[in-house]
Design a protein around this ligand. Structure first.
Ligand code: KMH
Ligand code: ZN
Length: 272
């Protein structure tokens, strides 16, 4: 089986220090958390950034500061900025980090309920606009899909020239769609041949989904954005602890961990 790519979603836009005091806000904290994940075995950092008080921002300048600080500590890591940002941001606000020409960025392929009254809006025009902008800049999208219909959107938009193939999907399970083995198998079975995939289980589903991703030949995302617990009732001290747990599972299950350059090879990325 191919080596395992571990993505660390170290910060997110919604999780706070009230949920776990180790959630990073400042540039220094973000760099510290990225380094802990990288040293533990993560080859991709899925990146959101915050103001010092924790407010989510998509500011290009703040992304640049954080990316520079991360690359100083983890020189070969793949940085994958979020273009999802936080609920309520405009398209152009969300797209700012792609102006830094990262190797990858997220492309959310549909609108969904995001808890309470929140709706994470990704209209067809938004998806096409983001897809085109990423093609122009040679950025590989990580296609975030929260249910099966979003895979169908991605396939349609690829046919229409808004997304290049082979596609790389991130199945985010436990937000809108349930996170069960049956659901994951359905998602894996629904993507075009030649695609790659990773799975992100939200909350208590993080490690069960990681274990399935490892044995099914996919890749795995963990991190504070998705889950702040190492085990039931035990807060993780760092993102690195969450990545270490995936590395332990992978070792037991016979999967080797990909370095950043091996991840680039698997995903067909152009190193910047
Ligand atoms: N914070 C969510 C509204 C992404 O990074 O592309 C969007 C999100 C998805 O986290
Ligand atoms: Zn995100």
């Amino acid at each position: 089986m191919e080596k395992l790519i571990i993505t660390a979603a170290i910060c997110g836009a919604e999780v706070t220090k009230e949920n776990n005091p180790a959630v990073p806000y400042t540039v220094e904290e973000i760099a510290r958390e990225a380094e802990s994940a990288y040293k533990a075995g993560a080859s991709i950092i899925h990146l959101h950034v915050r103001e010092d008080d924790g407010t989510p921002t998509q500011s290009k300048e703040r992304f640049k500061e954080c990316i520079d600080a991360i690359l100083e500590r983890c020189p070969d890591v793949i940085i994958q900025p979020s273009t999802g940002g936080a609920v309520g941001m405009t398209d152009d606000e969300r797209l700012q980090p792609i102006e830094l020409n990262p190797e990858m960025a997220t492309l959310d392929c549909g609108t969904l309920n995001f808890g309470g009254d929140e709706i994470f809006v990704n209209t067809e025009n938004t998806i096409k606009y983001f897809g085109k902008r990423m093609i122009e800049r040679g950025i590989k999208p990580e296609i975030e899909v929260f249910d099966k219909g979003m895979i169908d959107y991605a396939i349609r938009f690829a046919k229409e020239g808004y997304i290049l193939e082979p596609m790389h999907f991130d199945f985010v399970l436990g937000v809108q769609m349930a996170a069960t083995a049956r659901d994951l198998a359905f998602m894996v079975d629904s993507i075009p041949p030649g695609s790659t995939w990773t799975v992100a289980g939200i909350g208590r589903y993080e490690f069960p989904m990681a274990a399935l991703g490892i044995v099914m030949g996919g890749h795995v995302r963990v991190g504070f954005e998705d889950n702040v617990y190492l085990s039931k009732g035990v807060l993780a001290k760092s993102n690195g602890e969450l990545v270490e747990k995936v590395v332990r599972l992978a070792k037991e299950l016979g999967r080797e961990i990909a370095t950043p350059d091996e991840a680039r090879e698997i995903l067909g990325l152009k190193k910047r």
